[in-house]
Design a protein around this ligand. Structure first.
Ligand code: FDP
Length: 285
């Protein structure tokens, strides 16, 4: 008898759906007449990918909740089990210019909203020239290529390279607090470092995972929690980067330790090599 593993069922469902989501972007690049719970205009593809994942993930045995950045309320399924939080199309503003986007997921063993310490697995799909998946579980990160519903391992035990190379920082520069801007100037002044910023968190984080470095969407002058959402973006990405040997921070401590009070709450996100995040926290202290 095979023992079912709901975590693996969730990840397999997301990886099988990714090829379909990618193909379904064609003809869905327009705006929907709706806003998401954070007040952002949704793309047709955001709504469509959310509906597709909601239907598939909420019907898996052992999934008790489905929540997404694109819907206000949690879908309650089984009485107990895992909670899945998804950003169905992270970086969907990039649809118009046909640039990178992704699907981000976090699998929690507590009801949502939950802290990152309740994650049992997390990962993301990247719709680049190739569709890839990066998935962290049990402190181990694995990278796959996804083709036609198949998931093929391309790298076991992914870790951040020791010598950081890339940096990318979101938000408008005039909106950055002075201490953060001073830190950025310090990072830029290192001749080893290169700017890589594409406007989709997941593409920018994947550059950091591949080459080493730092990505941040910081606190802004008029938005002290930045832009990114804790349940759907900050926690899953923090979990992946920490499992790969790096650090995540809200500016003071690990994103995974941030108290979860609201499903759609925002959090300042800084992830990357330990040396760069330690220095960031010292600069913001
Ligand atoms: P998007 O709004 O296109 O979905 O939180 C989502 C996100 O993209 C991130 O992927 C990205 O890092 C950030 O917002 C970019 O936001 P701004 O262009 O508004 O700074």
């Amino acid at each position: 008898m095979t023992v079912s593993d709901p975590v693996e069922d969730i990840v397999a469902t997301i990886s099988r759906s990714a090829t379909e989501i990618r193909q379904g972007l064609v003809g869905r690049r327009g705006k929907a007449d709706e806003e998401n719970p954070s007040g952002e205009t949704q793309a047709e593809a955001d709504v469509w990918a959310d509906d597709l994942l909601a239907e598939r993930l909420s019907s898996i045995d052992g999934v008790s909740q489905y929540a997404s950045e694109e819907r206000a309320e949690i879908i309650d399924c089984d009485d107990d089990g895992l909670s899945v939080a998804v950003d169905p199309l992270d970086g969907s503003s990039n649809l118009k210019s046909n640039n990178t986007m992704g699907t981000v997921f976090g699998i929690y063993d507590e009801p949502l909203p939950a802290p990152g310490t309740a994650l049992v697995a997390a990962g993301y799909v990247l719709y680049g020239p190739i569709t890839t998946m990066v998935y962290a579980r049990d402190e181990t990160v694995t990278k796959y290529e996804l083709t036609g519903g198949e998931r093929t391992v391309v790298e076991h035990d992914v870790t951040l390279p020791d010598d950081p190379i890339t940096y990318g920082f979101g938000g408008r520069v005039p909106d950055w607090p002075d201490d953060f801007e001073a830190y950025v100037r310090e990072v830029e002044s290192n001749p080893q470092h290169k700017l890589r910023y594409g406007g989709a968190m997941i593409g920018d984080v994947n550059q950091v995972l591949t080459y080493g470095g730092i990505f941040a969407y910081p606190a802004l002058e008029d938005s002290p929690n930045g832009k990114l959402r804790l349940q759907f973006e900050g926690n899953p990405i923090g979990y992946v980067i920490e499992a790969a040997g790096g650090r995540s921070s809200n500016g003071e401590y690990s994103i995974l330790e941030v108290e979860a009070t609201d499903l759609h709450q925002r959090v300042p996100v800084h992830v990357g090599n330990t040396s760069l995040i330690d220095r960031l926290e010292a600069a913001l202290a």
